[in-house]
Ligand binder design. Structure first.
Ligand code: ZN
Length: 237
């Protein structure tokens, strides 16, 4: 193998590494993961809205129940006063009885309102439970996809490490000036810095090299650094 042939081995390994990195960045599960995460975010937003609504209903219900309990206490106090013998005047007794009735009515009204709110909260709590189930489903799917991605990436990384080790070996066989010319060409030319000349065609740009230039290329010494007149890549004859 000539010194220029060795650069083609380096090129092959660089291309292989590019393909692996390309695959690593575009694993199909990545798209699925993004979709699952977007769906989860939607569910989270809905959950927050429904939970806030439920919290509000329950706070109002609790406030009504507290108020009902206070009114009940006041009614009980009035009731005690009616029967402890401290009130004897008929008109005063009547006033206390009226007060007691009014308080019991108010208590019952507050309790009815609290029950209405409890009933209103029921479907909201049901909706929240459904959303929590959906969130758990999305979380499980996200975890599954992340595990699949981690495994696929670990595989690719292991392959990349192998390719890098092979590349290091292959590059050691390439003369430094060839390697120095190859690296910037590869960066500039979409990953391919060296190509084989097959017949009159450069395998880098796939163009036929005009015969006069081809003659000059063929006349150059075997280890001379030649480039394609069409694309500028290193040519391996
Ligand atoms: Zn070319």
């Amino acid at each position: 193998m000539g010194s220029l042939d060795a650069i083609l081995s380096v090129q092959d390994l660089d291309t292989r590494a590019d393909q692996l990195r390309h695959r690593r960045d575009r694993l199909p599960e990545l798209e699925l993961l993004r979709a699952a995460q977007a769906q989860r975010a939607e569910v989270t937003a809905r959950m927050e809205a429904v939970a806030a609504r439920l919290h509000e209903l329950r706070a109002r219900e609790k406030a009504l129940e507290d108020e009902a309990a206070l009114v009940e206490e006041r009614a009980a106090a009035v009731d005690r006063k009616l029967y402890d013998g401290s009130v004897v005047a008929h008109r005063e007794l009547e006033a206390f009885q009226a007060d007691h009735r009014m308080l019991k009515q108010r208590q019952s009204q507050l309790e009815d309102e609290a029950i209405a709110l409890m009933e209103e909260a029921e479907p909201v709590a049901g909706e929240l439970a459904v959303l929590e189930e959906q969130a758990a489903c999305h979380d499980a799917e996200i975890a599954r996809l992340e595990a699949v991605l981690a495994e696929a990436r670990a595989h690719i990384d292991a392959e990349l490490a192998e390719v890098a080790a092979e590349r290091e070996q292959a590059a050691a066989a390439v003369p430094p000036d060839v390697l120095a010319a190859y690296e910037p060409l590869r960066t500039r030319m979409g990953g391919v810095g060296a190509a084989r000349l097959v017949g009159a065609r450069c395998e880098g740009c796939h163009l036929e090299i005009p015969s006069a230039e081809l003659e000059a290329l063929r006349a150059a010494p075997a280890d001379a650094l030649v480039t394609c007149p069409e694309c500028g890549r290193l040519l391996v004859r």
